[in-house]
Design a protein around this ligand. Structure first.
Ligand SMILES: Cc1cc2nc3c(=O)[nH]c(=O)nc-3n(C[C@H](O)[C@H](O)[C@H](O)COP(=O)(O)OP(=O)(O)OC[C@H]3O[C@@H](n4cnc5c(N)ncnc54)[C@H](O)[C@@H]3O)c2cc1C
Length: 491
């Protein structure tokens, strides 16, 4: 029997849940506060050229293929993946440089050539270790139910054996140190913690599997830009009958007798529903959206934020699709962000040349280049206020100019500081990826996809299980849809 579903937010998790619930025959309405779909996977335009303002790399494309197939189409029918060549270029102030590729064999060979055969052998062993974690974690812990201790014990010895394989008890950094002695290679491995906005010194070693997801399974661009994926998801949802209401923020979820029964928009208008899926951050749900008198859940710390800009950059400069310029001491960056709560003194600069990575067209003699440096979630203890972010942006871009990756004449045509990110996405504190995994038990403490506070309330976002990043948010949407469909069947 078709039921009414309201989804709050048209980010990736919201779109994924909406598609799956509509494909199952339900009537779905998405309320989105912003004027368009995508959430943090955003797009902007300057002087006739459009560019992505959020994600730059797609991993686990099979997750999106599975989503499109649930709607009777496929990823290949919707977008064309672009193979970045090389996958990533890593640079250091001492002149070291490594290009990694989309197959582990090619990456190991490149590390051997750039950093020596011993480093190559270390990297090969590290990648085999990350593959083992991924294979143990993927089906059960990533795509499955949010883990609880009880569920883990009920799953029996085979699952418990998998649990030890995912290496949850030591920190990510300790594991990296045990495999890798070459300092540049260590930086590359530790950086995978930042894909989840976490601190490798305390995040569980399980997160090393991110290395395998990118380097073993591969990372892609999307022809025309990452936003083409958002457009395809939105069009697919509309084809299934999903109604999108843009520029309408939900103010409150309503309930009757312990069950969510709809939403009240900030405009005062009400919409009834048999179930509500929240794509907004769990922090926003707990602070603002839960019906009065409903107990909020526990929150994990937010992931890191970032200073993000798009430059109209001189096209003659030779750039890899993705470039990472490390600082002289990467450890300082984590200490700045997580111990001192301040923007890094010498930030790691990440650049995505959108023409090379996604085939985006540029201006006559310039191309759109996305630049980003990680920063702590708001509020800051050190550099506060707009002037702090202006100085941080200048520091970050100067590093690019000094290294010859950017030109002094390149113009910033779009920018978003952590403070602006926090203002756009309510209660996120500017976190790029939702919640961080900054303790060993984070996976157990992450909000589950069925809210325990209220029947008929489901969570699908980077702040809920299984976590942030495009594919995990889509999986969050899948779990929320599966659990909502089961609830609606019983209703
Ligand atoms: C700069 C940047 C770079 C990134 N790079 C990558 C990358 O390369 N690869 C990758 O995989 N991931 C990357 N990420 C992370 C990825 O973009 C996010 O994890 C993902 O897009 C978040 O999806 P989500 O489902 O959590 O929804 P969100 O994007 O958080 O969207 C939630 C939506 O809910 C809406 N909303 C909130 N409250 C309300 C309300 N009360 N009423 C109505 N609507 C509401 C918001 O407006 C928003 O549209 C990046 C993120 C950023 C910001």
């Amino acid at each position: 029997m078709s039921k009414q579903i309201v989804v709050i937010g048209a980010g990736i998790g919201g779109l994924a849940a909406a598609i799956r619930l509509a494909a199952a025959g339900h009537s779905v309405t998405v309320f989105e506060a912003l004027p368009r779909a995508g959430g943090k996977a955003g797009i902007a335009e300057h002087d006739g050229v459009t560019f992505d303002t959020g994600p730059t790399l797609l991993t686990m494309p099979e997750v999106f293929d599975d989503l499109f197939r649930a709607a009777g189409t496929s990823l290949a029918e919707q977008v064309r993946l672009v193979d970045p060549l090389p996958a990533f270029r890593y640079l250091w102030p001492d002149g070291a440089a490594v290009d990694l590729h989309r197959t582990p064999e090619a990456s190991v060979a490149a590390v051997s050539a750039a950093l020596g055969s011993r480093a190559g052998a270390e990297f090969e062993r590290y990648l085999a270790y990350t593959k083992g974690i991924w294979e143990a974690a993927n089906g059960t812990f990533v795509a499955g139910y949010a883990p609880t201790l009880g569920r883990l014990l009920r799953m029996g010895p085979a699952t418990l054996a998998k649990f030890t394989k995912i290496d949850p008890m030591r920190s990510m950094k300790r594991a990296v140190d045990s495999f890798v002695s070459e300092p540049h290679l260590r930086d590359i491995c530790l950086r995978f913690a930042t894909y989840n906005g976490s601190d490798p010194r305390v995040a569980p070693a399980t997160l090393n599997c991110i290395g395998w997801v990118e380097l073993g399974l591969g990372g892609w661009g999307i022809d025309g830009g990452l936003y083409a994926l958002v457009s395809a998801l939105e069009a697919t949802a509309k084809r299934l009958g999903v109604a999108f209401v843009y520029g309408q923020a939900v103010g409150k979820i309503s309930k009757t007798g312990g069950r969510a029964d709809g939403v009240v928009l900030q405009s005062g208008e009400a919409a009834s529903a048999d179930a509500v899926v929240v794509n907004a951050d769990a922090a926003h749900l707990y602070r603002a959206l839960l019906p009065d008198g409903t107990r909020p859940g526990q929150l994990l710390a937010p992931s890191t934020s970032g200073m993000t800009v798009v430059l109209r950059a001189e096209a003659q400069v030779k750039r890899a699709p993705h470039t990472v310029l490390f600082p002289s001491d990467y450890g300082h960056e984590f200490a700045d962000m997580f111990d001192r709560g301040q923007a890094p003194e010498e930030p790691t600069l990440y650049l995505c040349a959108q023409s090379h990575a996604h085939g985006r067209s540029g201006w006559a003699t310039a191309e759109p280049v996305f630049a980003m440096a990680n920063a702590p979630a708001e509020p800051l203890d050190g550099e506060t206020g707009a002037e702090g972010w202006v100085a941080f942006e200048a520091r970050m871009l100067k590093r690019g100019i000094d290294a010859g990756l950017l030109s002094a004449g390149d113009a910033v045509v779009w920018r978003r500081s952590p403070r602006e990110l926090a203002a756009t996405f309510p209660d996120t504190r500017g976190a790029l990826y939702g919640a961080a995994s900054n303790d060993r038990f984070a996976a157990f403490r992450r909000p589950a996809n069925s809210a325990p506070q209220l029947d008929g309330l489901f969570l699908a976002s980077g702040s809920a299980h299984p976590g942030g990043g495009l594919p995990l948010c889509a999986l969050s949407g899948r779990r929320a849809a599966v659990e909502a469909a089961a609830y609606l069947e019983q209703k």
